[in-house]
Design a protein around this ligand. Sequence first.
Ligand SMILES: Cc1cc2nc3c(=O)[nH]c(=O)nc-3n(C[C@H](O)[C@H](O)[C@H](O)COP(=O)(O)OP(=O)(O)OC[C@H]3O[C@@H](n4cnc5c(N)ncnc54)[C@H](O)[C@@H]3O)c2cc1C
Length: 514
Amino acid sequence: MRKDSPSIIIVGGGLAGVFCALKLAPTPVAIFAPTPIGYSGSSFWAQGGIAAAVEEGDTPESHANDTVAAGGGIVEGDIALGMAQEARARVEDLAAMGAPFDRSTGGGFLPSQEAAHSRRRIVRVKGDVAGRAIMEILAREVARTPSIHIVEGYSAQEIVMRAGRVVGVRARDNAGVIHDTPCAALILATGGIGHLYRVTTNPLEARGIGVAMAARAGALIADAEFVQFHPTAIDVDADPAPLATEALRGEGATIVDRNGRRFLLDIDPKGELAPRDIVARGVFASIKAGNGAFLDARSAVGAEFSARFPTVYGSCMVAGIDPSRELIPIAPAAHYHMGGVWTDARGRTSLDGLWAVGEVASTGVHGANRLASNSLLEAIVFGARVAADVRTTPLSPVDWRPQADRIEPVARDRDFAAIEELRDLMSAHVGVIRNGAELAAAVRSIRRMMSRTNDIEAHNMLTTSLFIAAAALARHESRGAHFRSDFPQPDAALARRSLNTLDTVLRIADEVEA
Ligand SMILES: Cc1cc2nc3c(=O)[nH]c(=O)nc-3n(C[C@H](O)[C@H](O)[C@H](O)COP(=O)(O)OP(=O)(O)OC[C@H]3O[C@@H](n4cnc5c(N)ncnc54)[C@H](O)[C@@H]3O)c2cc1C
């Protein structure tokens, strides 16, 4: 074993994983990711930016209050406040690395407005390219940091446990062979779950594998039922669906039906700037009623569209829509998972030797509904916290390199049929508007598919889906992003986070089957 060998493995090369690795430097660390570091994950695609109280007169307390208000009564208030308090320092860290945030003529940050924030609080880059700009800077930093070992082309599938402790990770390389790699600390940073759904804004690798790996190893999973649907995915039949950033509505773009009516004002006085779940349900209902839904940025942005929102402009033009002159057809799409692997304020999971950070984790800051632009923030705040915690935890040295002598035969074929069936099922029965009968049917089908498939990737996707569907079935109320047409109101007695293990969701599935 080399002297500088890392005994710490990070699974996932998005903002959370890479920021954590940089904060760990010079402590050696290996990052496992299926695709090139810096250019993968939702982080690269983020358009709006990072929420932080940087405007004159704004405060972390106000930011935390907005976070709590959006979260449907189950946000961990002290954790949300801590995150808001550390926001400016972490954004400054990125700026110091070279992230080209939009600046005022005086050189300060130039934050913009997004839905359900009481202030202009979103630190952006050239309107809508924050994610790409930040990840390019971080990829450059990683290349300059000798303590970070990149292990590209590896998809993790399983956590290796011994005597109740994490001792390694099992991953599949691009050639389809399985490697076991020992580690003393494992940090999951695998991102979200969007691709469990048919319509999603997330990149292909957002398949909920990290949640399933942790659950199969025995970890607690929190708030799995809370999936945020973005109300303004561009509805042009693309997979993933391109996104029309919320910032457009912050700049005054409206949502109308095919008759030009702003129907959201019937549902909430804040109209287009109401919380995401309300806007998503309004858009969903208008489409279901046959009235369609469209984003109208013609007068709010108009001729400046291509310069101010180049990513959205490009997505529209590819589909033959000129958003400076035409309405943009929209639909809700699975966008963000508030739930995930339960962690404490340091990012520790319920398993010894396992941390989770970024979208795969459930720290409790988002509650039942994430406030816009709080997820990139969570990735950097908790990325730094996990690094600090892991660095001060005594770890025994291990030989971290993927062990070729332990290659096992593996079925190369993906169970595409199961994956496609699952995605349809999740969108149809575990989507924007849910009910008990459809959720029970979904739990039953997922359980059956789990027992049929031999593909570990499909099995992991099914496992995470089972957590979402079973937790949604067990929550007999509507709260935040979780809306049940058979229980349309919140129930004060249920105003708490959900916690499940694989055993408890399998029990729910058994009860449904009985
Ligand atoms: C289109 C879009 C726009 C968004 N805009 C914003 C925004 O403006 N502001 C905001 O705050 N949030 C935004 N979000 C949400 C935000 O981008 C994500 O929540 C955040 O980037 C998550 O970061 P992450 O590092 O946890 O995950 P990701 O960036 O998704 O990275 C996950 C990493 O894990 C890897 N991975 C996955 N599975 C495995 C596996 N089995 N083995 C190994 N590696 C694996 C992936 O390849 C990737 O490298 C947006 C999301 C989308 C999709």
